[in-house]
Design a binder for this molecule. Sequence first.
Ligand code: PMT
Length: 223
Amino acid sequence: AQSTELAGQHWVITAGPTMEAIDPVRFISNHSSGKMGYALASAAASKGAKVTLVSGPTQIPPPHDVKLVRIQSAQEMLYACRAAMANGADVFIGAAAVADFRMKDISDQKMKKTDDSNEMTLTLVKNPDIIATLASEKSAQCMVGFAAETNNVLQYAKGKLERKGLDLIIANDVSRQDIGFNNDQNQVTVLSKDQQWTPPKDAKTELAKALVQIIFDYQHTQK
Ligand code: PMT
């Protein structure tokens, strides 16, 4: 249902994969569909927040009442988030699956296969850590990350919470076939430095509402 609990707040949310060019016809990317981030954007907007959704390439129609900014690479995602938060933001949620590496040099021309070698080596360099950079710049009052993990899920998530300087981290077990990347359903655990919430497994559209409520309640305990 429409509500106005978040009226006056600005939420910036990332979604989808990033796409890192190799040459004019090839790229490096991942299986993120954008469903989780788009659901969060819709849930925050339906509670009255002004929402900017910074999205990598997805097949999802733009949500209502959300400002959609489309990008491809991680570097473009960082610039778009900074621009969106130039006047501050209340909440940032990093639901995007950002490529950790990009090509050192993108080839201007289509790379050719040669007859003399069966191997090809691509040299990659690290992408900026978008959420850690934004957290260090204090871009939003409440910084919320996701941690996509296949093992030691809560322990690794807690490490990312601390290392990236976040307020909350949403631990997502992406080894399971029934949740996570590209599924309609998801199950997560939200961690702060001293609390933990586990909303029930549900459709991403429903889970997103529960997550927005947890973030909203957390903001209020911090005031
Ligand atoms: O898009 P869907 O198909 O609906 O799937 C949802 C999801 C599984 C992609 C989503 O729930 C999720 O877990 N997103 C985070 C994926 C990820 O890249 O996690 P990570 O553990 O590698 O990164 C940790 C956090 O740092 C994330 O908030 C990520 O956005 C951020 N990050 C990572 C690398 C980087 N260079 N910059 C970042 O900001």
